[in-house]
Design a protein. Structure first.
Length: 439
């Protein structure tokens, strides 16, 4: 350069919802003989994992020089060096190898932290938790109203502590309204949380992050993931991971429901508390016995499913080769073998899910059958009133439903562990931008 020249520069956001840099702008002045300048763009550091972010650096208004179309802008990638899903997961990743130890559940916890950090998910999570606990309050309200109607309004030894002393019918109408109005409010609140689309938003985010990561994998890393495996991970694996997150929220609701049930029984019929305790012990023993098998069966089925998808995709891509070389029978037989293996792996998993669905229901039925004569005898002995007996039956039935929901949620979370491990492996593979240049 024989004379002084200058050019202006500025950064341009490409993603408004995920900005990891501070916008800069200015002017570069090149003195005679000066060939290069450094533009520094501050990066916003994050303690947790962040997706790959891209922005543009543009040049404009050249003075005493020229800018060609290919020289006026540059695309910049910011690659996060934190571990996916969290840095804490790096400490135990790969230790469990899906053998069902505690590190598997720790991976679920770290995935939950990641999903919670997605834009907008935190507020949606708290809204969902709040509405879920409102449903537990409604359960307590309806249980006490059942006891109140049976004992204080319709019972033979009623205390006449009714809301409207002038009319039993009007009191019953008031109690009915106390059922209906909170239910309508609860329905609207639950509809509101459903419209927030927590699961849908989180799934879309995770799928976008996974697909974007795959587009930036190093060549050697791409060869380690088949098309079928990648397809299932982005579609089914991401959905299972987000479902596990929503199941964790569901566990919080069911635990609150059990606490409400226990509070009622302790306050009104403490002799029945042992049934809740026995139910809890039985569910924990069943879960402990089924945990390892569920992980193993899910992993086996996922592998056979990926093999079928990969075979179908490869036959579609290589259709002309298959046709021209007359190898349709061989390809069909190969795919059929994989389909049979998938079917063979599916049956044990289906039976395992059936056992998980029916065990809590059967246990709840047995416990209710045991309580009916015991509670009925307590009513005859005037130890408890009829309303308390009926309300206790209602609470025990509700508790049985909660234990069933908890068991199925835990088994679904367990089923998602294999996919989470594979997603973790995919998201931590080497990237091609790092092969080109590291800053």
């Amino acid at each position: 350069l024989g004379s002084t020249c200058s050019v202006e520069y500025f950064t341009e956001e490409l993603e408004t919802d995920h900005v990891v840099f501070e916008a800069v702008s200015g002017k570069l002045v090149f003195e005679p003989g000066e060939l290069s300048k450094v533009i520094r763009v501050p990066i916003v550091r994050s303690p947790g994992w962040q997706q790959i972010c891209e922005f543009k650096l543009r040049l404009q208004n050249p003075v005493s020089c020229e800018l060609t179309r290919s020289m006026c802008s540059a695309r910049v990638k910011v690659v996060d060096n934190n571990y996916f899903p969290t840095n804490q997961a790096k400490e135990f990743s790969g230790q469990s190898n899906l053998k069902g130890d505690a590190t598997d559940l720790r991976l679920v916890l770290e995935f939950a932290k990641l999903v919670y950090s997605f834009p907008g998910i935190a507020s949606q999570t708290w809204a969902t938790l709040f509405v879920d606990q409102l449903s537990n309050v409604y359960l307590l309200l309806t249980t006490y109203s059942l006891k109140y109607v049976t004992d204080d309004i319709l019972g033979a030894d009623k205390t006449l502590s009714i809301l409207d002393p002038e009319s039993v019918n009007s009191t019953l109408a008031i109690v009915s309204a106390l059922h209906l109005v909170p239910y309508m409010f609860l329905f609207l609140a639950q509809r509101y949380t459903a419209e927030l689309g927590l699961a849908e938003n989180a799934k879309a985010r995770l799928q976008d992050y996974m697909f974007r990561r795959n587009l930036n994998l190093a060549a050697a890393a791409q060869k380690t993931v088949s098309n079928g495996e990648l397809t299932l991970l982005i579609s089914k694996g991401a959905e299972e991971a987000v479902t596990a997150y929503t199941k964790v929220l569901g566990l919080v609701q069911q635990i609150g429901k059990l606490l409400v049930s226990a509070a009622f029984i302790l306050a009104e019929n403490s002799d029945a508390i042992y049934l809740l305790f026995f139910f809890l012990v039985a569910i924990l023993l069943f879960l402990t016995a089924r945990y390892n098998d569920t992980v193993s069966l899910t992993e086996s089925y996922s592998k056979t499913e990926a093999a079928v998808v990969d075979s179908v995709q490869n036959s579609c891509v290589n259709y002309r080769t298959i046709r021209d070389y007359y190898i349709r029978p061989q390809v069909r037989d190969l795919t059929w073998d994989k389909i049979k293996k998938q079917a063979d792996a599916s049956l044990p998993l289906t039976l395992s899910k059936l056992s998980a669905d029916r065990f809590p229901v059967a246990l709840s039925t047995v416990l209710l059958a045991l309580y009916i004569p015991l509670g009925g005898k307590a009513v005859l002995d005037d130890s408890i009133r009829v309303g308390t007996f009926l309300a206790t039956l209602n609470i025990l039935q509700s508790a049985g439903d909660s234990y069933s929901a908890i068991l199925n949620a835990l088994l679904e979370i367990t089923s998602a562990i294999a996919g989470m491990s594979e997603i973790t492996e995919l998201m931590n593979k080497d990237l091609f931008p790092l092969e080109m240049k590291t800053v």
